[in-house]
Design a binder for this molecule. Sequence first.
Ligand code: HEM
Length: 131
Amino acid sequence: MKNDINTREDIILLVDSFYERVQLNDKIGPIFTQIAKVDWAHHLPKMYDFWESILFGKAIYKGNPMLTHFALNDKKPLQTAEFETWKNLFYQTVDDLFAGPNAETIKQKAQSIADLMHFKLNAPPSKIKIV
Ligand code: HEM
């Protein structure tokens, strides 16, 4: 019987496991390791705060993910294949580790943020009101 995502420790387990899979993935791993050359010691705690803010409504994440991804998109366009891979890895990681209402909610939130991000990255600039 799997537990639901209830604590920051659960979020840490989810995020660490997700980015381990991301790094091993042929399609999006190199975007993180070779293009963005991510400093994981810096990135992972930011992601714990991000997901804690999203799932538990705690306003601890300070940042603007759209700016980060606009800059990344200039170096390597993030398209349907990249987003599908990102989402599938995220859903699989959640489902392998957790089960319950919060596990369902975090997948739904990930999907809507990913789809909105994908749309904004590809929308003509004149139609974007906010980043
Ligand atoms: C194809 C899909 C995606 C790719 C390749 C990607 C890649 C990256 C990379 C390379 C960074 C920068 C890490 C660093 O330099 O420290 C980053 C940051 C981040 N990503 Fe993504 N990402 C994707 C989708 C998403 C989605 C769907 C979300 C949210 C649901 C997300 C949330 C974030 C956040 C919150 C940050 C930190 C921004 C900041 O405060 O600096 N990403 N991502």
